[in-house]
Design a protein around this ligand. Structure first.
Ligand code: ATP
Ligand code: MG
Length: 230
C-alpha cells in the first residue's frame, strides 16, 4: 500500500544495530503527534542520526515497529514514504551542478518562480543573487564553493520546494556565525510550523523551540518532556 499522509510518527520498542555485535538502538519508543515537533538530544554516537535513517528507511530496524499514521513503514512503498518526508541532513550533500538544479533536485518540473520562492524562504535567495552567475553558479565538487551555512540553506530550499508533511532535521555540529545561525533557525521554524518534525539538536536554542525533548543515552530514551520540566 501507499503511505498517503504524514502525520503522527511512532517508534515502538525499536532495536537496531549496524552490525550484530553492537546494538545502537536498544528499545526506543516515542510518539510525535501530528503537527508537533520534538528535539532529540544526546551525546555524539548515541544513535540520534540513526533514528532518522530508520525513519527514511536507509536501514530497517531489527525488531519493533515504526509507524506513520498507524501504518508500518515497512509495509508501504518506499516512494510514497519518502514523498512525505523532507530531510535537512547533518552534512548537506550537493551535486556539482548549478544552484538552481541543486534546489530542484528530484523536482525537475519546478518553475523558476517556485525555486526562487523556496530560496527566499530558506534565506538564500539574496546571497545567490549576489553571486556573479546567480542561479547558474556551479557549486563545485560536493558543494565546496559554498560555505557550510550556504550549503545548508540550499538544502533547506530543497525542502521548502518539496513541502513534505514530515520534516527531519539533523542540525549541523559545525559552528556557524551567529547571523547565519539565526537565519537558518528562523527558516527552520517556518518550515516546521504545522509539520510533524524531528530535530536533532546540538544547540539548546533549537531544542527549546520544540514541543518536546527526548534525551537519548546508550540507545535508550532516558528522559522525555517539554523543556520546562527537564
Ligand atoms: P553525532 O551527534 O556525532 O551526529 P549520533 O548520535 O547522530 O552522533 P549516529 O550517527 O546515530 O550517532 O551513530 C550511532 C553509532 O553508530 C556510532 O557509534 C557510529 O559509529 C555507528 N554507526 C553509524 N553509522 C554506521 C554505519 N553505517 N555502519 C556501522 N556503524 C555505524
Ligand atoms: Mg548525527
Amino acid at each position: 500500500p501507499l503511505l498517503l499522509s504524514g502525520g503522527t510518527i511512532e517508534f515502538d520498542n525499536v532495536h537496531f544495530g549496524y552490525v550484530k555485535e553492537r546494538k545502537i538502538l536498544d528499545g526506543v519508543s516515542f510518539v510525535v503527534p501530528a503537527g508537533k515537533s520534538i528535539a532529540i538530544v544526546g551525546s555524539s554516537g548515541s544513535g540520534k542520526s540513526t533514528i532518522l535513517r530508520l525513519l527514511y528507511r536507509f536501514f530497517d530496524s531489527d525488531s519493533g515497529n515504526i509507524k506513520i499514521d498507524g501504518q508500518n513503514i515497512q509495509l508501504v512503498t518506499l516512494e510514497s514514504l519518502r514523498k512525505c518526508i523532507g530531510v535537512v541532513p547533518q552534512d548537506t550533500v550537493l551535486f556539482n551542478d548549478t544552484i538552481f538544479h541543486n534546489i530542484c533536485y528530484g523536482w525537475l518540473s519546478a518553475t523558476k518562480e517556485e525555486v526562487f520562492e523556496a530560496a527566499k524562504c530558506a534565506a538564500i535567495h539574496d546571497t545567490v543573487m549576489n553571486f556573479p552567475e546567480k542561479y547558474t553558479t556551479i557549486v563545485g565538487e560536493r558543494g565546496l564553493k559554498l560555505s557550510g551555512g550556504e550549503k545548508q540553506r540550499v538544502s533547506l530550499a530543497r525542502v521548502f520546494l518539496k513541502a513534505p508533511s514530515i520534516l527531519l532535521c539533523d542540525e549541523a555540529t559545525s559552528a556557524l556565525d551567529s547571523t547565519t545561525e539565526a537565519e537558518i533557525l528562523s527558516s527552520l521554524k517556518a518550515i516546521a510550523s504545522n509539520r510533524t518534525s524531528i530535530f536533532i539538536a546540538h544547540r539548546l536554542t533549537t531544542a527549546m523551540q520544540c514541543d518536546e525533548i527526548i534525551v537519548l543515552e546508550n540507545g535508550k530514551v532516558v528522559e522525555q518532556g517539554p523543556h520546562e520540566v527537564l
